[in-house]
Design a protein around this ligand. Structure first.
Ligand code: PEP
Length: 254
Protein backbone atom coordinates (compact mmCIF):
# COMPACT_ATOMS: atom_id res chain seq x y z
CA UNK A 1 0.00 0.00 0.00
CA UNK A 2 1.39 3.38 -1.00
CA UNK A 3 2.21 5.88 1.70
CA UNK A 4 -0.09 8.79 0.81
CA UNK A 5 0.37 12.19 2.43
CA UNK A 6 -3.06 13.55 3.34
CA UNK A 7 -4.02 16.86 1.73
CA UNK A 8 -6.49 19.24 3.35
CA UNK A 9 -7.64 22.14 1.19
CA UNK A 10 -9.83 25.08 2.16
CA UNK A 11 -12.23 26.19 -0.55
CA UNK A 12 -13.10 29.75 0.40
CA UNK A 13 -15.57 30.00 -2.49
CA UNK A 14 -16.96 33.53 -3.06
CA UNK A 15 -16.13 34.69 0.46
CA UNK A 16 -13.68 37.22 1.91
CA UNK A 17 -12.46 40.55 0.59
CA UNK A 18 -8.70 40.92 0.10
CA UNK A 19 -8.20 42.27 3.58
CA UNK A 20 -10.29 39.53 5.16
CA UNK A 21 -8.52 36.91 3.08
CA UNK A 22 -5.13 38.16 4.17
CA UNK A 23 -6.19 38.02 7.82
CA UNK A 24 -7.60 34.51 7.42
CA UNK A 25 -4.43 33.34 5.67
CA UNK A 26 -2.32 34.74 8.52
CA UNK A 27 -4.54 32.92 11.00
CA UNK A 28 -4.19 29.64 9.08
CA UNK A 29 -0.41 29.95 8.84
CA UNK A 30 -0.17 30.52 12.60
CA UNK A 31 -2.66 27.81 13.50
CA UNK A 32 -1.03 25.08 11.39
CA UNK A 33 2.57 26.02 12.09
CA UNK A 34 4.43 22.97 13.32
CA UNK A 35 1.93 20.57 11.74
CA UNK A 36 3.89 18.10 9.65
CA UNK A 37 2.73 15.27 7.47
CA UNK A 38 -0.33 17.04 6.01
CA UNK A 39 -0.32 19.12 2.82
CA UNK A 40 -2.34 22.24 3.58
CA UNK A 41 -3.83 24.35 0.77
CA UNK A 42 -5.94 27.52 0.88
CA UNK A 43 -8.03 28.51 -2.14
CA UNK A 44 -9.24 32.12 -2.08
CA UNK A 45 -11.02 33.95 -4.89
CA UNK A 46 -8.92 35.19 -7.82
CA UNK A 47 -8.73 38.78 -6.57
CA UNK A 48 -7.21 37.68 -3.26
CA UNK A 49 -4.60 35.28 -4.63
CA UNK A 50 -1.63 37.63 -4.75
CA UNK A 51 -2.31 39.06 -1.32
CA UNK A 52 -2.65 35.60 0.21
CA UNK A 53 0.45 34.47 -1.71
CA UNK A 54 2.39 37.14 0.19
CA UNK A 55 1.27 35.60 3.47
CA UNK A 56 1.88 31.91 2.68
CA UNK A 57 5.18 32.43 0.88
CA UNK A 58 8.00 30.64 2.73
CA UNK A 59 5.51 28.72 4.88
CA UNK A 60 4.26 25.16 4.47
CA UNK A 61 0.82 26.37 3.36
CA UNK A 62 0.15 26.12 -0.39
CA UNK A 63 -2.00 28.40 -2.51
CA UNK A 64 -4.74 27.15 -4.82
CA UNK A 65 -7.27 28.77 -7.14
CA UNK A 66 -10.88 27.73 -7.66
CA UNK A 67 -10.78 27.28 -11.44
CA UNK A 68 -8.64 27.78 -14.54
CA UNK A 69 -9.30 28.00 -18.28
CA UNK A 70 -7.53 25.86 -20.89
CA UNK A 71 -6.61 28.62 -23.37
CA UNK A 72 -3.41 30.59 -22.79
CA UNK A 73 -4.87 34.05 -23.46
CA UNK A 74 -7.38 35.94 -25.55
CA UNK A 75 -11.04 36.89 -25.74
CA UNK A 76 -12.42 34.74 -22.94
CA UNK A 77 -14.19 37.19 -20.66
CA UNK A 78 -14.31 36.11 -17.05
CA UNK A 79 -11.78 33.29 -17.40
CA UNK A 80 -8.24 33.03 -16.05
CA UNK A 81 -5.15 31.31 -17.46
CA UNK A 82 -2.65 28.91 -15.95
CA UNK A 83 0.14 31.50 -16.38
CA UNK A 84 -1.90 34.04 -14.42
CA UNK A 85 -2.35 31.57 -11.58
CA UNK A 86 1.30 30.57 -11.58
CA UNK A 87 2.48 34.16 -11.48
CA UNK A 88 0.01 34.85 -8.66
CA UNK A 89 1.78 32.12 -6.67
CA UNK A 90 -0.59 29.16 -7.08
CA UNK A 91 0.50 25.55 -6.96
CA UNK A 92 -2.97 23.97 -6.89
CA UNK A 93 -6.32 24.51 -8.58
CA UNK A 94 -9.77 23.13 -7.78
CA UNK A 95 -11.54 21.87 -10.92
CA UNK A 96 -15.05 20.59 -11.55
CA UNK A 97 -16.46 21.59 -8.18
CA UNK A 98 -20.14 20.65 -8.03
CA UNK A 99 -21.08 24.34 -7.82
CA UNK A 100 -19.28 24.88 -11.16
CA UNK A 101 -21.07 21.85 -12.60
CA UNK A 102 -24.46 22.86 -11.16
CA UNK A 103 -24.53 26.64 -11.71
CA UNK A 104 -22.00 27.29 -14.48
CA UNK A 105 -22.49 24.44 -16.91
CA UNK A 106 -19.23 22.58 -16.31
CA UNK A 107 -19.23 19.10 -17.80
CA UNK A 108 -16.76 16.23 -17.60
CA UNK A 109 -15.54 17.42 -21.01
CA UNK A 110 -14.75 20.97 -19.91
CA UNK A 111 -13.29 19.72 -16.62
CA UNK A 112 -11.05 17.40 -18.63
CA UNK A 113 -9.72 20.28 -20.74
CA UNK A 114 -9.03 22.34 -17.63
CA UNK A 115 -7.29 19.39 -15.94
CA UNK A 116 -5.01 18.91 -18.95
CA UNK A 117 -4.12 22.61 -19.09
CA UNK A 118 -3.40 22.69 -15.35
CA UNK A 119 -1.14 19.63 -15.51
CA UNK A 120 0.71 21.01 -18.49
CA UNK A 121 1.39 24.15 -16.48
CA UNK A 122 2.53 22.07 -13.45
CA UNK A 123 -0.43 23.16 -11.35
CA UNK A 124 -1.80 20.33 -9.19
CA UNK A 125 -5.47 19.83 -10.00
CA UNK A 126 -7.97 18.92 -7.30
CA UNK A 127 -10.65 17.25 -9.42
CA UNK A 128 -14.09 17.11 -7.81
CA UNK A 129 -16.66 14.39 -8.38
CA UNK A 130 -19.80 13.36 -6.54
CA UNK A 131 -23.42 12.35 -6.85
CA UNK A 132 -26.57 14.34 -6.08
CA UNK A 133 -29.08 13.25 -3.46
CA UNK A 134 -31.45 12.10 -6.19
CA UNK A 135 -28.73 10.00 -7.80
CA UNK A 136 -27.82 8.40 -4.46
CA UNK A 137 -31.47 7.65 -3.75
CA UNK A 138 -31.88 6.06 -7.18
CA UNK A 139 -28.90 3.80 -6.53
CA UNK A 140 -26.72 5.19 -9.33
CA UNK A 141 -23.91 6.66 -7.20
CA UNK A 142 -21.34 4.21 -8.53
CA UNK A 143 -22.08 4.78 -12.19
CA UNK A 144 -22.28 8.58 -11.77
CA UNK A 145 -18.93 8.74 -9.98
CA UNK A 146 -17.32 6.26 -12.39
CA UNK A 147 -18.47 8.37 -15.37
CA UNK A 148 -17.22 11.61 -13.79
CA UNK A 149 -13.81 10.16 -12.94
CA UNK A 150 -13.39 8.56 -16.36
CA UNK A 151 -14.58 11.65 -18.25
CA UNK A 152 -12.66 14.19 -16.20
CA UNK A 153 -9.40 12.23 -16.50
CA UNK A 154 -9.87 11.12 -20.12
CA UNK A 155 -6.65 10.89 -22.11
CA UNK A 156 -4.29 11.42 -19.17
CA UNK A 157 -1.20 9.26 -18.76
CA UNK A 158 -0.65 7.37 -15.51
CA UNK A 159 2.18 9.80 -14.67
CA UNK A 160 -0.26 12.69 -15.02
CA UNK A 161 -2.94 10.96 -12.94
CA UNK A 162 -0.33 10.44 -10.24
CA UNK A 163 0.06 14.21 -9.93
CA UNK A 164 -3.56 15.07 -9.28
CA UNK A 165 -5.84 14.87 -6.29
CA UNK A 166 -9.43 13.69 -6.55
CA UNK A 167 -12.05 15.13 -4.20
CA UNK A 168 -15.09 12.94 -3.65
CA UNK A 169 -17.83 15.35 -2.63
CA UNK A 170 -21.36 14.02 -2.46
CA UNK A 171 -23.39 17.04 -3.58
CA UNK A 172 -26.02 16.39 -0.92
CA UNK A 173 -23.37 16.81 1.80
CA UNK A 174 -21.91 20.13 0.61
CA UNK A 175 -22.84 23.02 2.87
CA UNK A 176 -25.86 21.11 4.19
CA UNK A 177 -24.52 19.82 7.49
CA UNK A 178 -25.21 16.30 6.20
CA UNK A 179 -22.08 14.18 6.05
CA UNK A 180 -21.57 10.83 4.40
CA UNK A 181 -20.85 8.25 7.06
CA UNK A 182 -17.17 7.28 7.12
CA UNK A 183 -18.17 3.88 5.66
CA UNK A 184 -20.32 5.44 2.89
CA UNK A 185 -17.49 7.78 1.94
CA UNK A 186 -14.81 5.09 2.05
CA UNK A 187 -16.91 2.84 -0.15
CA UNK A 188 -16.99 5.47 -2.91
CA UNK A 189 -13.29 6.24 -2.44
CA UNK A 190 -12.57 2.53 -2.90
CA UNK A 191 -14.68 2.56 -6.06
CA UNK A 192 -12.70 5.55 -7.39
CA UNK A 193 -9.48 3.67 -6.65
CA UNK A 194 -10.76 0.67 -8.57
CA UNK A 195 -11.68 2.90 -11.55
CA UNK A 196 -8.11 4.26 -11.45
CA UNK A 197 -6.68 0.74 -11.16
CA UNK A 198 -8.63 -0.42 -14.24
CA UNK A 199 -7.34 2.50 -16.28
CA UNK A 200 -3.85 3.02 -14.90
CA UNK A 201 -2.85 -0.01 -12.83
CA UNK A 202 -2.85 -0.72 -9.11
CA UNK A 203 0.31 1.25 -8.35
CA UNK A 204 -1.15 4.49 -9.65
CA UNK A 205 -4.50 3.75 -7.98
CA UNK A 206 -2.73 3.24 -4.66
CA UNK A 207 -0.71 6.44 -4.90
CA UNK A 208 -3.42 8.95 -5.94
CA UNK A 209 -4.77 10.96 -3.06
CA UNK A 210 -8.56 11.04 -2.74
CA UNK A 211 -10.02 13.68 -0.45
CA UNK A 212 -13.49 13.63 1.05
CA UNK A 213 -15.56 16.81 1.02
CA UNK A 214 -19.00 17.59 2.40
CA UNK A 215 -19.65 19.25 5.76
CA UNK A 216 -16.31 18.19 7.26
CA UNK A 217 -15.94 19.88 10.64
CA UNK A 218 -13.47 19.61 13.54
CA UNK A 219 -15.67 17.01 15.24
CA UNK A 220 -15.98 14.59 12.32
CA UNK A 221 -12.68 15.13 10.48
CA UNK A 222 -10.52 12.52 12.18
CA UNK A 223 -13.01 9.67 11.87
CA UNK A 224 -13.50 10.42 8.15
CA UNK A 225 -9.81 10.90 7.45
CA UNK A 226 -8.85 7.69 9.26
CA UNK A 227 -10.74 5.58 6.70
CA UNK A 228 -8.33 3.51 4.61
CA UNK A 229 -9.10 5.19 1.28
CA UNK A 230 -9.59 8.79 2.51
CA UNK A 231 -6.57 11.05 2.24
CA UNK A 232 -7.69 14.32 3.81
CA UNK A 233 -10.48 16.65 2.75
CA UNK A 234 -11.76 19.55 0.70
CA UNK A 235 -13.31 21.90 3.19
CA UNK A 236 -15.82 24.69 2.56
CA UNK A 237 -17.57 26.25 5.57
CA UNK A 238 -15.07 25.13 8.20
CA UNK A 239 -12.18 26.63 6.20
CA UNK A 240 -13.48 30.17 6.64
CA UNK A 241 -12.23 30.37 10.20
CA UNK A 242 -8.57 29.63 11.00
CA UNK A 243 -9.14 27.75 14.25
CA UNK A 244 -11.74 25.37 12.82
CA UNK A 245 -9.71 24.82 9.63
CA UNK A 246 -6.59 24.04 11.65
CA UNK A 247 -8.58 21.59 13.79
CA UNK A 248 -9.73 19.84 10.59
CA UNK A 249 -6.13 19.78 9.32
CA UNK A 250 -5.05 18.17 12.59
CA UNK A 251 -7.74 15.54 12.08
CA UNK A 252 -5.63 14.26 9.20
CA UNK A 253 -2.63 13.54 11.42
CA UNK A 254 -2.18 9.80 11.75
C1 PEP B 1 -17.01 22.27 -0.67
O1 PEP B 1 -17.64 23.20 -1.13
O2 PEP B 1 -16.06 21.80 -1.33
C2 PEP B 1 -17.41 21.76 0.64
C3 PEP B 1 -17.03 20.56 0.97
O3 PEP B 1 -18.16 22.58 1.42
P1 PEP B 1 -18.63 22.31 2.95
O4 PEP B 1 -17.42 21.85 3.70
O5 PEP B 1 -19.14 23.63 3.42
O6 PEP B 1 -19.69 21.25 2.89
Amino acid sequence: MADRKPVVAGNWKMNKTSEEAEALAKGVVDAVSGVEGVEVVVCPTFTCLERVAGVVKDTSVCLGAQNVYWEAEGAFTGEISTAMLLTAGCSHVILGHSERRQFFGETDGTVNRRVKAALEATLSPIVCVGETQEERESGVTDSVVRTQVTGSLDGLSSEEVDKLVIAYEPVWAIGTGLTATPEQADEVHALIRSVLADAHGQETADSVRIQYGGSVKPDNASVLFSQPNIDGGLIGGASLEAVSFAAVVKGALG
